[in-house]
Write a protein that binds this ligand. Structure first.
Ligand code: FPP
Length: 235
């Protein structure tokens, strides 16, 4: 039986270089990346993927030029308010991971709106990591745990690696497949806790070139991989 992965995560890298190599503005690359994401979400939902996490904007992306940050924020608002309608109609529920601080009020409003509009959808959860950093997530979780321990809401004995998930931004299952497009081979502070046993795929393509056939190939390969989770093979 072919096992469909439950949780796929994607570092959507290479929008800027895709555009620059075509003598286009970097913003054109982000627009093209948005289209790829739309296709990816629809395809993932169609084949029964329950959780799709994507890296839309890292805490460190604020180091980019104001022009690029502003463009990205406006693009995200456009996606949340209008462009993701088809994805929503197909039953996708949108949630966010990341810190709210430093985000513009209009971005926060658009985020809250799409969360509200999709809260009853059940087919697939699209977890958008925005103003996100994995180390920040672990620090934030640790602070919440410290508070709950102090207030006797939890006991020291309750805490273990499964329970820790409840304190992350979203309590999602561990990642089965982690994909990075954009020809770089690093994790860039993305979902480090949840990726502990993920099968990792680095793609020699920029994100705007990523399509459903690539995802199909990755899943086919994943189904052949021997996931031992630290154990040894018994047969
Ligand atoms: C990385 O490429 C990509 C981003 C920082 C933004 C990702 C955003 C989208 C795909 C737009 C739509 C998103 C949503 C959630 C609707 P890069 O700019 O780092 O590329 P480079 O490495 O070539 O410079």
């Amino acid at each position: 039986m072919n096992i469909i992965p439950k949780h796929i995560a994607v570092i959507m890298d290479g929008n800027g270089r895709w555009a620059q190599e075509r003598n286009l503005k970097r913003s054109e690359g982000h627009k093209a990346g948005g289209k790829s994401l739309e296709q990816l979400a629809l395809y993932a939902k169609k084949i029964g993927i329950k959780y799709l996490s994507v890296y839309a904007f890292s805490t460190d992306n604020f180091k980019r030029s104001k022009e690029e940050v502003d463009f990205l924020m406006n693009l995200l608002i456009y996606y949340f308010n209008e462009k993701l309608d088809r994805v929503i109609k197909e039953g996708v529920k949108v949630v966010f991971s990341g810190r709210r601080e430093n985000l513009r009020t209009d971005v926060l409003e658009a985020m809250d709106n799409i969360v509200k509009r999709t809260k009853n959808n059940k087919d697939c959860i699209l977890n958008i990591c925005l103003n996100y950093g994995a180390q920040e997530e672990i620090v934030d979780a640790t602070l919440k745990i410290h508070e709950d321990l102090n207030n006797n809401i939890i006991q020291k004995e309750t805490l273990n690696r499964e329970f820790y998930y409840k304190y992350l931004y979203q309590n999602l299952p561990p990642i089965d497949i982690l994909i990075r497009t954009g020809k770089e081979h690093r994790l860039s502070n993305f979902m480090l806790y949840q990726s502990s046993y993920a099968e990792i795929y680095f793609l020699d393509k920029y994100f705007p070139e990523f399509n459903s056939n690539d995802l199909k190939d990755i899943i086919n390969d994943y189904q052949k991989r021997d996931r031992r989770f630290g154990n040894v093979k018994t047969n």
